[in-house]
Design a protein around this ligand. Structure first.
Ligand code: SF4
Length: 447
């Protein structure tokens, strides 16, 4: 008897442009395999398995995504089946092969650890993932359809819009505000008790699929034809409990939106988290293997990926934290907020993406070099086309390629939609560096 299915048992992946573990999508540098991690968590054993598979079956280049997942780039021709089998053997596949696409649930990388958290979201997240994976009717959701579960942590990404979001409210019993097509900072649609979250999400997803049909794949598209209040009314008829009114005075506490770098306290006495950023969201297999070693030697043998395309090692004894941070820097990760690269995001760009108008990663490195000669530390997203793959949110500044080597510069403002207000229509990357040096105040990376 086989203890796990082989590739011949796997259903054909649904057609989609999104990579998955079972759907390896081609790019100019080879195949891309996206490994979805529950809660962004990776054990050291799994990290080693990924490193080995990435070296043996692919280029060894790994990308950390803005949904706390990991992508293996440069998958070699003829190596796809072996790669998938290695990953599944390491427990990295979905519990139901038909459900790989729908495992899109974002948590704080500090879930269960953050001293400011109102709720440990991990048990509820496990129940929601089980619901998504084990309910065949939900497997028709788009591979992009995503849910955020926010426990009120200080270390939380609150800028990525999600199709459904739930956010813990203060007080007892535990309650969650929820909303659609937005972020926990938005006005909520209603409130539920925490134990009602699974049936709420289940009925909301089934209602979405019923109303959206084949025309709408995302919640924001459905809300463009059906008001949220009407959707809530229909949802209520499906639920055995009453959705509570949204509190008018509740606002999710704002937190820093900078990529976490450094040492962060934990609610567990004597322990802390140590976070670092990856250079332009990438690490290599050797770095991942070294991270697995560090997680075993210094922590609890686990790593957590963050939605800032970085990573965090949890449960580190406080007395070891400085040494670990130093080791992460030695590995080539970014551990200093004064390093300009730690504030830059760049998409794959023309080096490996056919849609790219510019080599955004190379240009980001050049911009960082230019910024090192100034005190400006702006948060900049460099995108080689308008699809904006690297950032799910609007960055304070966006450099959008208009041709090879030239960019439009946008600045985020409350009144301007999209990337923000156009500041310059055709800049070289050096001119952009000079602009930031002249316009961004010292030490204020949001300026
Ligand atoms: S933003 Fe455009 S160029 Fe960049 S990776 Fe996405 S599709 Fe490719």
């Amino acid at each position: 008897m086989r203890d796990r299915p082989t590739s011949v048992d796997l259903p054909a992946p649904r057609p989609s442009a999104c990579p998955g573990l079972l759907r390896i999508v081609q790019a100019l540098d080879g195949g891309i395999c996206r490994v979805k991690l529950a809660g962004g968590v990776l054990s050291s054993t799994q990290a080693r398995a990924i490193a080995e598979a990435a070296e043996h079956c692919a280029s060894g280049v790994l990308e950390l995504t803005n949904r706390s997942n990991l992508q293996i780039r440069g998958v070699l021709p003829g190596q796809q089946v072996e790669l998938i089998e290695c990953l599944r053997a390491a427990g990295l596949g979905p519990s139901n092969p038909a459900a790989d696409d729908v495992r899109n649930l974002l948590l704080s990388p500090a879930a269960g650890l953050d001293p400011q958290a109102l709720l440990d979201t991990r048990p509820l997240a496990a129940a929601l993932l089980e619901l998504l994976q084990n309910t065949p009717a939900l497997h028709g959701l788009s591979a992009k359809f995503a849910i955020q579960l926010d426990g009120g942590e200080a270390l939380a990404m609150l800028e990525h819009p999600h199709d459904i979001w739930l956010s813990a409210l203060p007080g007892s019993p535990a309650r969650l505000a929820f909303g659609l097509a937005g972020c926990p900072g938005d006005a909520p649609l209603g409130v539920i008790n925490a134990e009602q979250a699974v049936p709420l999400v289940e009925q909301l997803l089934l209602l979405f699929l019923q109303l959206a049909g084949n025309e709408h794949s995302r919640m924001r598209q459905l809300l463009s034809v059906i008001p949220a209040s009407q959707l809530l009314q229909q949802l209520q008829t499906r639920l055995p409990f009453a959705v509570q009114a949204a509190p008018i005075d509740w606002q999710r506490k704002p937190v820093s939106q900078h990529a976490p770098i450094g040492i962060y306290p934990q609610q567990q006495a004597g322990l802390c988290m140590v976070a670092a950023a990856a250079r332009l969201g990438r690490i290599d297999a050797g770095q991942l293997r070294a991270l697995a070693d560090l997680a075993e030697q210094q922590g609890d043998a686990s790593l957590r990926l963050t939605p800032w395309q970085g990573l965090l090692l949890p449960n580190i004894p406080e007395q070891s934290a400085d040494k670990l941070l130093h080791a992460l820097a030695e590995l080539g990760l970014l551990t200093d907020v004064q390093e300009p690269l730690s504030h830059l995001i760049a998409c794959t760009g023309s080096a490996a993406c056919g849609k790219g108008l510019s080599d955004s990663k190379a240009d980001a490195l050049r911009l960082a070099e230019r910024l090192r000669t100034s005190t400006a530390r702006p948060q900049v997203h460099i995108s080689a086309c308008p699809r904006s793959c690297a950032a799910a949110h609007t960055a304070p500044f966006t450099l959008l390629a208009s041709s090879a080597g030239h960019y439009q510069l946008y600045q985020r403002t409350p009144e301007a939609a999209g990337f923000g207000q156009l500041q310059a229509s055709a800049m070289t990357i050096d001119e952009a560096g000079d602009w930031f040096a002249a316009h961004c105040a010292t030490g204020n990376s949001d300026a």
